[in-house]
Write a protein that binds this ligand. Structure first.
Ligand code: PDD
Length: 289
């Protein structure tokens, strides 16, 4: 079952008019919330980011937080599987094609949920490979826009190279990856680019940051050059579906000793423990040491 504009219905019956601005212009925003044992993970943070994305593009938020929570809960309970990735998007609605905003369009809301498959333990153990590319996307990557052609083209480069991600550099500096955030570890310190308009403020990024702080792991936000990424001891990607994953080869060359490093292993454990704590509690939990 999926959700379209207030109703739950089978996927085959969910239809959107071809003049929907999501279809015509990619004019909309989205979210992906991971769900473990039917408990949404960090849902308030995802809803807060959705509100920021909607405000940034001037699309009216059609629902209150409480309604969003209810509809997401409704989608989750209608699926036969426990661990889910709930996808939802809001577009500017259906209107005669014109770049300028329509005066009277109702936002279109679509929601679906697929099984959530975190990286296999073999990949977590061995580490993943990635390639790099120039970040040629627009300058508002902080908005979770459904216009993903830039990300799609960049991701395809790594897909063709049988790699899990494309790590992006803009003007010689690390931004993020095609669908995840990036961290490095150098001399024991966890480092990541600061949040700004060039990267998506990842919910998983925040979890990693909070876990690092709670457990006293050194952490720094700073501009990271391409050379520093290649010379890092460890390289990680983070996202709702990848969780925290070590990248051990970049463009065919080893990162560190070519194996997931000790700081990664620590953070992976902390992340899994926190996730299980949330699942056991059946609700949101704050991070503490
Ligand atoms: N991608 N950066 C980009 C460009 C992303 O698309 C994503 C998420 C992230 C990580 O954000 P989070 O930790 O909140 O998942 C960073 C989602 C999962 C997607 O598009 O499917």
């Amino acid at each position: 079952m999926v959700f379209l504009n207030g109703a739950f219905l089978p996927l085959e019956e969910a239809k959107v008019p071809v003049l929907d601005r999501g279809f015509i212009f990619g004019d909309g925003v989205y979210e992906v919330v991971p769900v473990y044992s039917k408990v949404p993970f960090r849902i308030e943070e995802h809803l807060a980011r959705l509100e920021r994305s909607l405000a940034a593009v001037g699309i009216r938020n059609p629902y209150t937080r409480e309604q969003w929570r209810g509809f997401i809960g409704g989608i989750v309970e209608r699926q036969p599987f426990e661990d889910q990735a709930v996808y939802f998007q809001v577009t500017r609605g259906v209107a005669k094609r014109d770049h300028a905003f329509p005066k009277h369009a109702e936002p279109t809301v679509f929601m679906m949920s697929n099984p959530l498959v975190p990286p296999a333990s073999a990949l977590v153990e061995s580490g993943a490979t990635a390639i790099s590319a120039r970040d040629n996307r627009w300058l508002r990557c902080d908005i979770k826009s459904i216009s993903l052609i830039g990300n799609v083209l960049l991701r395809e480069l790594s897909a063709e190279a049988d790699a899990v991600e494309t790590i992006l550099f803009r003007d010689g500096k690390l931004t993020e990856a095609s669908s995840s955030n990036v961290f490095i570890v150098k001399a024991g310190a966890i480092q990541s680019p600061p949040k700004n308009e060039l990267i998506l403020p990842g919910i998983t990024y925040d979890v990693v940051v909070e876990l690092a702080r709670a457990h006293g792991l050194p952490l720094e936000f700073r501009d990271i050059s391409e050379a520093e990424v290649r010379a890092a001891d460890e390289l990680w990607v983070t996202s709702s579906s990848k969780e925290v994953l070590a990248v051990v080869r970049l463009d065919g060359r080893a990162i560190g000793d070519g194996r997931p490093g000790p700081v990664f292993r620590r953070m992976y454990r902390l992340y899994q423990d926190f996730k299980h704590k949330v699942m056991r509690a059946g609700r949101r939990e704050s991070i503490s040491a």
